[in-house]
Design a protein around this ligand. Structure first.
Ligand code: ZN
Length: 507
């Protein structure tokens, strides 16, 4: 994993009173802005937080930031110490405008070089041709631009949300729009291309738009809905799913174990461009307080694989998942019963889960496909060998996953789908768990713990995660200790229109 190193120490800054005055004004402006509009305020807050850069924030500054955050309704803490380099581009003007006017699809933005850009945000179903038509630009001009190397690829596959910039010459005496002089579009995340029509030539200029990865701690309370609250704080849907379905899936049942007052702190990588949040990356660390106790997770790369570990360096991932199927009902337990088809009383050597035909069946643990095919009354069957004498069997499948015999599969891989093949009265999964060939009750047997990190790996893990955990605790301290508890819920509940949300975190 690329967890940043230990927090940087303070970068020397001039202690001049000028600097201090500027800082005071900046903070005051920050608060003023925060009151004005949620969108603008939150954008500024994140910029201001970032401009504090490599310096360590004092508690006071944190308090100021959280004041702004309260007004801007944003519980986001940028953690300066986590970052290696902080270089904040100040040219966020265009970004701010487009954020403030999200409903408008055409905005005239005066740029620094005196070019008046008319920005068009591509809507669903719009083509380059229809946009050019809308401006009354001759088709010949569009074709000239498209003939420029690289332009066709970028411009004929415009996605909704993409932005195009048009610069026109002076309007005619009759008030008609001037001729198109420049077209601007984005190539990937990091390049902005300008095509200027100069005589019969097309001149290309490429502006690099550096991307910056910041590490932030996002902290909040579950409130009425974890998903809702976390989305409001700017975590993407996929980040939230990572927390619930991957990191904490073995320890916390998010349907029953979580209360409104439970809280979470997540250290995530956030990708910024020109001060705007572009998307959210990996969850580097997370603390979830549920059932009155904190569950901690750290992303750590070991033997080429990134996994989540607890504070002690033990993998959070268990050797076996409890149920190899989601959203199913336990319909028959392990033990003696009358067989529903043959009528004989005999041992039921597994457990049955009733589920709809086609429901995905997952590998209960990492293993090798020992058998895939038809096996008498079992119908379509898969047997996995997990090593150390453990095997699992999955029967009555309607079809197989994209697996072949002998292949290694990892836990959670879809190996087949629920069906009713073989001796079966209805769609269900028959699941068997064997240790050294002996059938065991998968619901009762204590699963073997995965091996914890040892030796140098554990030392590296401790070196990386120690500072991260300390940082989370500091942030939680500041966020939760300095405000009366009554306000906390309000802040979380009101966290509706922060910059992060507006910038549409994608992940
Ligand atoms: Zn069964």
């Amino acid at each position: 994993m690329t967890m940043p190193e230990a927090p940087q120490t303070d970068v020397p800054s001039e202690p001049s009173s000028d600097t201090q005055r500027r800082e005071r004004i900046r903070l005051r402006n920050l608060r003023e802005l925060a009151r004005q509009a949620a969108a603008a305020a939150a954008t500024q807050a994140s910029q201001a937080a970032a401009s504090a850069g490599g310096r360590r924030w004092t508690r006071r500054q944190w308090a100021h930031a959280s004041l702004a955050a309260t007004a801007g309704a944003l519980l986001l803490a940028i953690v300066p110490g986590f970052n290696t380099a902080v270089d904040v581009p100040r040219s966020a003007r265009l970004t701010t405008l487009s954020l403030a006017l999200p409903a408008q699809s055409e905005v005239v933005v005066p740029a620094s070089q005196g070019t008046d850009w008319t920005i068009v945000t591509v809507e669903k179903g719009q083509t380059l041709g229809s946009i050019f038509d809308g401006f009354g630009i001759p088709a010949a001009t569009m074709h000239r631009l498209l003939e420029h190397p690289g332009a066709r690829e970028a411009l004929t596959r415009l996605r909704p949300g993409a932005q195009l910039g048009f610069a026109f010459g002076p309007a005619g005496a009759d008030g008609r729009r001037g001729d198109l002089q420049m077209l601007r579009y984005d190539r990937g995340e990091t390049q902005r291309v300008k095509l200027a029509l100069e005589g019969d030539q097309v001149v290309e200029t490429v502006v690099e738009r550096p991307i910056e990865v910041r590490t932030a701690v996002v902290s909040g309370k579950v409130g009425r809905s974890l998903f809702h609250s976390a989305r409001k704080l700017g975590l993407s849907g996929s980040t939230i799913n990572t927390l619930t379905d991957e990191i904490f899936q073995y320890d916390i049942d998010f349907n029953t174990d979580v209360a409104a007052s439970d809280r979470f702190s997540v250290v995530v990588e956030q990708v910024y461009r020109e001060g705007e949040l572009l998307r959210t990356g990996n969850v580097l660390a997370a603390v979830f307080t549920a059932k009155g106790k904190p569950f901690t997770a750290f992303r750590f790369e070991h033997e080429g694989k990134a996994e989540y570990y607890n504070e002690e360096g033990r993998p959070l991932k268990k050797s076996f998942i409890r149920m190899p199927i989601q959203y199913a009902r336990l319909s028959s337990r392990f033990g003696s019963r009358r067989h529903p088809v043959t009528g004989n009383v005999r041992q039921h050597k597994g457990v049955d889960y009733a589920a709809r035909t086609g429901t995905p069946i997952m590998a209960a643990g990492d293993g090798r496909v020992a058998f895939k095919g038809w096996r008498g009354g079992y119908g379509n069957t898969v047997i996995l060998d997990h090593g150390r004498g453990y095997t699992t069997l999955y029967a009555h499948m309607s079809g197989f996953g994209n697996i072949r015999q002998g292949q290694r599969v990892s836990q959670g891989t879809v190996i087949g789908r629920v069906g009713s093949t073989g001796l079966s009265t209805g769609p269900h999964l028959h699941y068997e768990f064997r240790i050294n060939g002996v059938h065991r009750n998968p619901l009762q047997h204590t699963m073997p713990e995965p091996d914890p990190l040892k030796g140098p790996a554990l030392a590296a893990f401790r070196a990386q995660t120690g500072p991260a955990l300390a940082r989370i605790r500091t942030v939680e301290d500041i966020i939760y200790a300095q405000v009366p508890s009554a306000d906390e819920d309000t802040r979380v509940a009101a966290a509706g229109s922060g910059a992060v949300t507006r910038a549409r975190a994608r992940g």
